[in-house]
Design a protein around this ligand. Structure first.
Ligand code: TEU
Length: 522
């Protein structure tokens, strides 16, 4: 049997580069800063780092608006800095993934500047241009993820262009073969440099229904849900042809050996798993956001795990994640004590886990004073909780000013408890969140049943999630109390390997917010 590829055994770690480590005092993290922290990942025990976009960008959406796909924004460094970071990453046996944003470019990208210059420009059809609808307004009722119509009127050429996100992020026309070829060249450029793979931004958005017909209204829409939810994104996303693109990207990646493609896809599981490949292999890991989206409840999570495992196609490898730069942090969602249980869940389920930077020190959402808000999403629809700044605040490293993140003024405020919630302080305290993550990652490495073994759900009732992970003669038992109260449970006999709380004498029950891992006696 061939050994499993690195990304099946490994653990991914997402870095939001603006907020990880600054090296030049401008208050914004950069590549040289990340390079300085590489040993942190080795000590933590993760296998790969994924960088949110580092390409040149006007930063209307903090790098998810790319104006040059084959460079590095000066804010983060240079291409030379990147090569140095990549080499240093590889020297430590770590992998590095970039965040490709192929659905849309910046409106300042040379392609779009050409495209909007005239109706007969050769790049006109690289983006999605349409005449006004019958009433003289936008061509259809599609709504941007950041609120308002998805269409922006362009005075010069008298047409509208489509943007699923900000108007500064025009959607590329992936039905145009030149666009496909250009973006595959971009991937080739980075693969040639040695990048180990990509997280692909909004993969499910990349192809739209050819006739651009209206989306149906959302029957569950209530004011306060965010403007984008007024209609269902039925015709603007998840079109059959998107799988051809995923397959093209995959076949390119495969030419470079063991490179990884992770697709960002927010869809129900049955549609999500199609991104493993329909007629040909698709992405290796269609991101599984269920732990982010679901209610934190043993029955719901147990059912979701089962459904997901059953829905996986042959050879499809699962993956799990608790948070990212768009969604509330796990510690904010379930509280700090329960976030420890969540960490055990993430790192003991079957599948590749992704850790969002800062979750391992127990960072929660940081409230941002109104006059310091940076996220365009919050600025467009203020006050309904869509803002993402709270989950993008600087990492806390030590007790020095600004927690060692920067010598200047951090671009977003630090969490208030940084003097004790920081890497240095938590390393000194094995009972800390970081201590727990390190113990879990070490255990996952030594007990291969946890990374490679089979999965069997044992219980998901009465707030307790329990399951077995087994490989050969080894059987690991995981029991998680998802409530803040004591819960009775029949524990198998075996050796206790880990508990989320300092374990006293076991009385055969789980204490409030307790998660345990034991190796079953044979
Ligand atoms: O996010 C895509 C995206 O659609 C999410 O905002 C999603 O709608 C939401 O979390 C689901 O409830 C990606 C990036 O991660 C995000 O930062 C960018 O702003 C966006 O694409 C545009 O590139």
């Amino acid at each position: 049997l061939a050994p499993a590829p690195w990304w099946e055994r490994g653990v991914l770690y997402q870095i939001y580069p603006r907020s990880f480590q600054d090296s030049d005092g401008d208050g914004v993290g950069d590549l040289a800063g990340i390079e300085r922290r590489l040993d942190y990942f080795v000590d933590l025990g993760v296998d790969a780092i994924w960088l949110s976009p580092i390409f040149p960008s006007p930063m209307a959406d903090f790098g998810y608006d790319v104006s040059d796909y084959v460079g590095v924004d000066p804010l983060f460094g240079s291409l030379e800095d990147f090569d140095r970071l990549l080499a240093a990453t590889h020297r430590r046996g770590l992998k590095l993934l970039l965040d490709l944003v192929p659905n849309h470019s910046s409106d300042r990208h040379a392609w779009f500047i050409e495209s909007r210059s005239s109706r007969d420009n050769p790049k006109r059809d690289w983006y999605i241009w349409r005449d006004p609808g019958p009433d003289g307004g936008p061509p259809n009722n599609w709504i941007s993820d950041f609120g308002g119509s998805s269409w922006e009127w362009d005075e010069t050429t008298g047409q509208y262009y489509l943007h699923a996100f900000l108007k500064e992020q025009p959607d590329l026309n992936w039905r145009n073969p030149e666009v496909r070829a250009a973006m595959l060249d971009v991937m080739r450029f980075w693969f040639d440099r040695g990048v180990d793979g990509f997280r692909i931004d909004v993969l499910w958005h990349m192809v739209k229904a050819e006739d651009l017909r209206d989306n149906p209204p959302n029957p569950d829409y209530r004011p306060g849900m965010g403007d984008m939810n007024r209609v269902l994104q039925l015709h603007s996303t998840d079109q059959p042809e998107v799988h051809e693109i995923a397959a093209e990207m995959r076949s390119l990646a495969d030419q470079f050996g063991e490179r990884l493609l992770v697709g960002e896809i927010y869809l129900p599981v049955e549609r999500l798993v199609r991104y493993y490949g329909v007629d040909a292999p698709g992405v290796h890991l269609p991101f599984n956001f269920q732990l982010i989206d679901l209610q934190w409840n043993a029955a719901a999570i147990g059912e979701a795990i089962q459904r997901y495992e059953e829905a996986l196609p042959a050879g499809g490898w699962p993956n799990w994640v608790l948070g990212n730069h768009d969604r509330p942090r796990i510690a904010a969602k379930v509280g700090e004590a329960q976030a420890r249980v969540a960490a055990v869940l993430l790192l003991t389920l079957r599948g590749t886990p992704t850790i969002y930077y800062g979750d391992e020190i127990g960072l929660a959402d940081v409230s941002i004073p109104a006059n310091e808000v940076k996220d365009p999403r919050e600025l467009r629809e203020p006050g309904i909780g869509l803002g993402r700044d709270p989950v993008r605040t600087p990492m806390g490293w030590d007790g020095s000013p600004h927690a060692g993140f920067t010598s200047g003024k951090p671009w977003l405020p630090l969490h208030v408890d940084w003097p004790r919630r920081n890497v240095e302080a938590e390393i000194a305290n094995p009972g800390s969140m970081l201590g727990l993550y390190r113990a879990l990652l070490a255990l996952r490495r030594s007990e291969t049943a946890l990374s490679e073994g089979g999965f069997e759900l044992v219980n998901s009732q009465d707030d307790v999630l329990a399951y077995r992970r087994s490989q050969g003669d080894t059987c690991i038992f995981v029991a998680l109390n998802l409530s803040g109260e004591r819960r009775a449970i029949t524990l198998p006999s075996g050796e206790l390997l880990l508990s989320t709380i300092d374990h006293g004498e076991s009385d055969g029950s789980l204490r409030p917010n307790e998660g345990i891992i034991l190796r079953m006696a044979d």
